[in-house]
Design a protein around this ligand. Structure first.
Ligand code: ZN
Length: 706
């Protein structure tokens, strides 16, 4: 029986172009959707731009346009990227839509009527320089859970904890650098804690006939949060805010995360208007349709806790499953603008790289588990060239010509015994393809692809049709070889059709036989007349990959990404009068471009900068300026350094465990209190305005800083 599926992928935020990190999860979704369609299921695939919130309001303000104009432009760019990567949405919408306003208001009023909304006056952090309440993402500080510095005000990228921005240690405003102050404001809370039994039932598969709602690791993480106690969720924000006003609450707006997932439903509602589908068939609590959300692992909490609770509280159905993907790294490291690995989807395409090559590469790495994926650019090139061109396209290019030349394009009308046996073997490996797609095991699908292709290529090599072609008496044999090879080529096309939709469409034309479902591809084409073969794909030219990396480097500094925390380091090397006001939109890094004089790289190389892990830190008797540090400097051993930052750090013992940057080859200095073996770097104007430099987690003691 055909299933009815509503499928969504995480909504891209409408404040900048898509990069390859976005594409990982989105490609995963599109492959799954296309496979479901090939299984004969009724699939409705919708998504939307997530268009609300302070970052968009501020970005529009900076660009000098209205938020509506700003998000419309971004959306046009997103839609062009999706189209060029062959995404098969049934509808693409925006959360800034009438459907979404109605649905968000409906859900909210039902939650309020159900007694799940509470009003409370809270103290919220306010930027006294910018004169507004600070959204979570515009406050940074030390994670209260794991102690990682520079974490956002809503959750920690290191340990995944969620918390209130007031929980941050040493908070600062990302917009002005000012220390935020607390002010009173009335807020609206969704009482998530009232849904604990519901969530336990949902995790346990009560609404999904016992089927798990997510990969076991994801469910375990959700259970951990549940067992830790659910906190009520602040769903309101004060004006100024770009979003929907909360009904009956002047000056209050829905927090963007309230109406973002509702955007899935709004997009589907718009589709219903266009097609006559019935919204309630999919969203009523007793619906037999399925609702699948594909998301990144950074937003599990929103989709695995708040979202099912909101839906249930508003008398709507809960999701059938969450499909969670991990993060993308490139060349083994976090995407980086300076290395040219912060690659936009458009930059990839503009460099002349085939969109389906990225779809294939990601497919070779994806499974049901939310594992991180590395796009190793060399492996990308080699794997695509080897698998798709070397193993697959070559099957056709080595045999199709003979079929035209000697048989008028006609394949044999049967298999001989040997070919029949090979066919049975490769078909047996094709049997569980739809199950593998269903389970999200795309890497396993591509392993089947390689295995079957290797069998066929081995057969072709053993038979050597190019020798047969020279001998008139071996025509039947030659036709057998070509018929098996091209049927095998077609089986592989069927196997990869969800991954390579456009390329396989061209292969279908060539074979003059459509593949509309997985069974089509295993029906042998006996006696079939095929079209002349034209090359389906060409190998990746390494120059295109280089061009992509170069172009990504060039976009440094002109990106529309939000500027990172205002680094005070700029004032270290410059006279004060030349420092620019914060309203300057350039990233902090370019602030140093007008430094008084330049040095050569050799001058810089003279400094031996290293990471040191603080093993001890204390006040120094008889000095009101100094702190005494002991550092673990890895291979350099232990170092004692006196640093004049006492006024900035009242509790030196709290610095133990931190990574600092120090100059290792500064001549040791004999001081009244002992020997100082180096200098610890900090930024700021002196006195209490001093900030130790930090290295991200993972930097080993003694590591060189370059
Ligand atoms: Zn943390």
């Amino acid at each position: 029986m055909s299933r009815r599926l509503l499928v969504t992928h995480a909504l891209p935020y409408a404040n900048g172009p898509l990069h390859l990190g976005h594409m990982l999860g989105y490609i995963q979704t599109d492959i799954w959707v296309r496979a479901q369609r090939m299984m004969g299921n009724e699939v409705h695939f919708v998504a939307a731009d997530d268009a609300h919130g302070t970052p968009i309001m501020l970005a529009a303000e900076k660009a000098g346009v209205s938020p509506e104009v700003f998000i419309a432009e971004i959306r046009a760019g997103h839609e062009a990227d999706f189209s060029d990567f062959h995404f098969s949405f049934d509808h693409y919408h925006t959360t800034h839509s009438e459907e979404n306003r109605e649905l968000a208001s409906l859900i909210y009023t039902r939650l309020r009527a159900g007694g799940f909304i509470a009003n409370r006056t809270i103290q919220q952090l306010f930027d006294p320089e910018k004169d507004m309440f600070l959204p979570d993402r515009y406050i940074k500080g030390v994670c209260p859970n794991c102690g990682t510095p520079d974490q956002y005000g809503d959750n920690c990228e290191n340990c995944g904890a969620t918390y209130a921005p007031t929980d941050l240690i040493n908070p600062y405003s990302v917009m002005s650098g000012a220390t935020p102050v607390l002010r009173d404001s009335e807020h609206y809370f969704f009482e998530l804690s009232k849904f604990e039994p519901l969530l336990r039932d949902w995790f346990g598969g009560k609404f999904t006939a016992g089927k798990p709602v997510a990969n076991s690791g994801v469910v375990a993480k959700l259970m951990e949060w549940l067992d830790g106690g659910l906190k009520d969720w602040d769903i309101s924000r004060d004006a100024p805010y770009f979003g929907f006003p909360i009904p009956d609450a002047p000056g209050k707006f829905f927090y963007v995360w309230l109406d973002a997932p509702v955007g899935y439903l709004a997009s589907f509602k718009a589709l219903c208007h266009q097609t006559g589908l019935k919204f309630d068939d999919f969203l009523s609590p007793d619906s037999t349709a399925e609702m699948h959300h594909f998301i990144g692992k950074d937003i599990i909490n929103f989709h695995g806790l708040f979202w099912p609770a909101m839906l249930h509280g508003a008398q709507l159905r809960t999701p059938t499953a969450l499909h969670v993907n991990g993060y993308l790294s490139i060349n083994g490291a976090k995407m980086s603008k300076s290395r040219g690995t912060f690659i936009k989807a458009r930059t990839y395409l503009d460099a002349g790289l085939h969109p389906e090559f990225l779809r294939y590469y990601f497919a070779t790495m994806l499974s049901d588990a939310p594992v991180d994926v590395d796009l190793d650019l060399k492996a990308f090139e080699e794997r695509v060239n080897s698998h798709l061109i070397g193993k697959w396209v070559n099957i056709a290019s080595r045999t199709a010509g003979f079929v035209q030349k000697y048989f008028d394009g006609r394949l044999a009308d049967h298999f001989d015994a040997e070919e029949a046996e090979i066919w049975r073997f490769i078909e047996s490996h094709y049997d569980d393809v739809s199950k593998l797609y269903e389970d999200g095991e795309f890497a396993e699908v591509t392993r089947k692809f390689v295995l079957i292709a290797d069998v066929i290529n081995g057969y072709i090599a053993a038979k050597a049709p190019w020798l047969m072609a020279k001998d008139d008496s071996r025509r039947d044999e030659l036709q057998q070889v070509c018929t098996l090879a091209l049927n095998g080529f077609r089986l592989l096309a069927g196997l990869l059709k969800p991954v390579l939709p456009a390329t396989v469409a061209a292969a279908e034309q060539f074979l003059a036989a459509p593949i509309s479902n997985f069974d089509d591809a295993r029906r042998t084409l006996f006696g079939q007349t095929i079209q002349p073969f034209e090359s389906l794909l060409s190998r990746i030219d390494p120059k295109h990959v280089e061009a992509m990396v170069e172009a990504s480097k060039e976009s440094l500094g002109t990106s529309s990404e939000p500027v990172v925390a205002p680094v005070k380091a700029a004032s270290v090397k410059k006279p004060k009068e030349s420092s620019k006001p914060m309203s300057d939109s350039k990233p902090a890094i370019s602030d140093t471009a007008d430094a008084t004089s330049t040095i050569s790289i050799d001058d810089f190389a003279k400094l031996d900068l290293r990471i040191g892990k603080v093993t001890a830190c204390e006040f120094v008797d008889g000095s009101d300026k100094l702190l005494r540090f002991e550092l673990d400097a890895g291979t350099l051993g232990k170092r004692q350094i006196f640093s004049g930052i006492r006024a900035a750090y009242a509790e030196p013992e709290k610095l133990v465990g931190r990574n600092v940057v120090f100059i290792a080859n500064l001549a040791p200095r004999k001081m009244r209190f002992g020997l100082s073996e180096g200098m610890i770097l900090s930024a700021g104007d002196g006195g209490s305005d001093l900030f130790l430099l930090d290295a991200d987690q993972g930097a080993a003691p003694g590591a060189a800083v370059r």
